[in-house]
Design a protein around this ligand. Structure first.
Ligand code: SF4
Length: 291
């Protein structure tokens, strides 16, 4: 069983495309509620715990929760972070005490100018330093890149930068457009544009770096690309802002849709469908069910 907890929505960035922009009023989640949830899921056997936010490494409850989680039998603890705090070597050394850990570090642009423009902070160099620190301490690091229109033409430069830093794994995740509704077309590319770009990157660079895809419908790629899709657990428990524990399947039912043409698609079992906003703005003509 997997559990996903958010420590609250406090963050040292203010990304224009942030998927939690509408929840920032809850800066720190009640600690007791998180502890109770970890305890409950661990009593049923927790294989993986994901700690995210906001930015978990600036949360005042981060170290306490990590220490508590480590005292439980959990195989994998994954920290999802924007990476800025990892520029401080003492933070990375502190984290090493809790190994084994996995780090999912967000980086969406290859330059500090773009980082400043879209993440509203001067943090680019800190993230680069953070990634270097993790690598120098032999940590398990994957870079998470949200694919959106402003970075689609910059993905190759970013990928080259990651390879030069020694990153071994990158995850491309399709943008959640619900918080950029008033500028939807400016931020959300069409699937066909993404598949063209990502296909080229995979063909050119997958021998140098492990590439995985997330939240794209598989049918926009040639069938042999199915192996690049990240597995996901529909039964993962997510502690929500409303204090409920919902499975990923339940959350997806609220946010995604399978158009009627998906009914007989053989990849429906592993596909999340498409976001409702995407369907509203762009329709489903790009989907090509594989039957
Ligand atoms: S289920 Fe629908 S969206 Fe998903 S791969 Fe199949 S046709 Fe595409």
């Amino acid at each position: 069983m997997e559990l996903d907890i958010k420590l609250g929505y406090l963050c040292n960035n203010n990304c224009v495309f942030c998927l939690n922009k509408d929840k920032k009023f809850l800066s720190v989640y009640p600690k007791e509620r998180i502890v109770r949830e970890i305890e409950q899921v661990c009593s049923r056997g927790c294989e993986k715990l994901v700690i995210s936010g906001g930015e978990p490494l600036v949360s005042p409850i981060f170290w306490e929760i990590l220490e508590f989680a480590r005292s439980k039998k959990i195989n994998v603890i994954e920290i999802q972070t924007n990476g800025r705090m990892l520029s401080k070597i003492e933070v990375v050394e502190g984290l090493k005490r809790f190994e084994p850990l996995a780090f999912l570090v967000s980086l969406h642009f290859p330059s500090k100018e773009e980082y400043l423009k879209y993440c509203n902070s001067d943090g680019f160099e800190e993230v680069i330093r953070g990634i270097k620190n993790l690598i120098s301490y032999n940590c398990d690091v994957t870079v998470n890149t949200v694919v959106m229109r402003p970075n689609l033409h910059r993905l190759e430069n970013l990928l080259k930068l990651l390879i030069s830093l020694g990153v071994k794994k990158v995850n491309y995740r399709f943008i959640d457009g619900k918080n950029v509704m008033e500028q939807y077309e400016r931020f959300v590319p069409r699937f066909r544009e993404c598949s063209k770009t990502l296909k080229k990157l995979i063909e050119k660079y997958s021998s140098k770096i492990k590439i995985s895809l997330n939240e794209f419908p598989p049918c926009i790629f040639p069938e042999e690309f199915i192996k690049y899709f990240s597995p996901w657990d529909p039964g993962r428990i997510n502690l929500t802002i409303r204090g409920e524990s919902l499975t990923t399947r339940k959350i997806l039912e609220e946010q995604f849709v399978y158009p009627p043409k998906c009914e007989w698609c053989k990849y429906r079992f592993m596909c999340k469908g498409i976001r409702k906003e995407y369907h509203y703005f762009y329709g489903d003509d790009e989907l090509a069910p594989i039957t």
